[in-house]
Design a protein around this ligand. Sequence first.
Ligand code: PMP
Length: 458
Amino acid sequence: GPEGILRRQSLRESAARTYARSLPIVPVRARGLTIEGADGRRYLDCLSGAGTLALGHNHPVVLEAIRRVLDSGAPLHVLDLATPVKDAFVTELFATLPPALAARARVQFCGPAGTDAVEAALKLVRTATGRDGLLAFTGAYHGMTEGALAASGGARDVRVTRLPYPQEYRCPFGTGGEAGAELAARWTESLLDDPKGGVPHPAGMIVEPVQGEGGVIPAPDAWMRRMREITETRSIPLIADEVQTGVGRTGAFWAVEHSGVVPDVMVLSKAIGGSLPLAVVVYRDDLDVWEPGAHAGTFRGNQLAMAAGAATLAHVRRNRLAERAAELGDHMLRRLRALAAGHPQIGEVRGRGLMIGVELVDPDGADRDDADRGGAGPDGADPGRLGVGRGQGGAVPLPAAPRLAAAVQRACLERGLIVELGGRHSSVVRLLPPLTLTDDQATAVLDRLTDALDGVLR
Ligand code: PMP
């Protein structure tokens, strides 16, 4: 039974398990937004495979695409050989890319995870430029392998220069908004142009257009354009990590479209595989400096993932699900912001499209001491008492509240709603529902979240 499975998992699997700790359920069936546990309970799944399931669980077009490959007798494992399935996937992928990139795009299949594509992108720009240094941002998340980890906020690598990622809330400059974003851009310029102690010749810059794991922090469009201008004028390749933001999630097919920025390199995974593992790096042809075999890997070209991915990309594109995500996301943000107005412990509600975050804060110092509110934070991390202020003048220092966020996640689960936690202090409740969410489903998600927040925040 489910209890035995959970017990054996906790005994046999590594201590590194994360989701399984905070979500002690045993899914046995799933469709669309809904997951059913072995105990027969049903949950609305707003974790969506950490943002992977653009069409939700087991969407008929995805299942049909997979079945078609299985029934055709096509080989499932072909390294990087040419196949009709791959051809169809690449054609569909290129049809979605920003036209300026699509016109000159090359794709390298990596495999099979997002972090592999990040590694490939870093290696590519280092090879192409003959340089080593990398510009990355505070709060970034790019994966768990060495290079991707080094580019993520918090990890260290002498080759990586960490630059401030702009944010309205907890703005490092205490200004918030556009002013803070412009200061962050000037900091970047001053580092690049400083011959003494700066980083005049990096190999590339890697950026998430919306930080996901970092706590759902959308980069202002003007700042993204500044990063493009800064890198372009200095011939520094710009890598957009769209592993989480891609395929309609943020209300545009690719999140770079919001700013109109055309990156030199795009790192793609998660939703492009239609729920199966698939990762690619796409780049402009003049960066295609690799010798044959320079970037190999056994699991490039999973036929089932390409078929599921092509079906997903086509379905999102034809049904304008990015526009739908934008509309629905705005509606959900409005309702959550109205709710936040009545709860001082909700520091900020933010997001773009169906990538939504609710940051819990600690206005009265209760989060650290009051064990009833939720026990230890998910990673036992310091709650991040940075003393940094709210944006817009930095008037109100509100520490992050990871325990409260964990309590909200538990309260959601009790109400049959699965949400993720994120943010540098694990204080952000994250929603990544499928783009196929109906109005009624959105209402059900919001009702349950509201009830959970009302219950925990009282
Ligand atoms: N980049 C971003 C922006 C991500 O959100 C993630 C995963 N959360 C990754 C890279 C790494 O992908 P994977 O977990 O598939 O290695």
